[in-house]
Design a protein. Structure first.
Length: 58
């Protein structure tokens, strides 16, 4: 089964490969977008963990 690479790792790799072609502002924008996605994913994960804990009560 193939492994799933986190978005941040993929974008970091892409930036490293094409860093000469990007301006500083473009690079910062991409990293900010990655941080937003990472925060959203961690909030979603925490929310689903809370729901799972709540569902286990008897």
């Amino acid at each position: 089964m193939p492994t799933v690479t986190p978005v941040v790792e993929v974008v970091t790799w892409l930036i490293e490969k094409s860093v000469r072609a990007l301006t500083k502002d473009q690079t910062e924008t991409i990293f900010r977008a990655c941080e937003c996605v990472a925060r959203r994913e961690s909030r979603r994960k925490r929310g689903s963990e809370r729901e799972n804990r709540g569902n286990r009560r008897e």
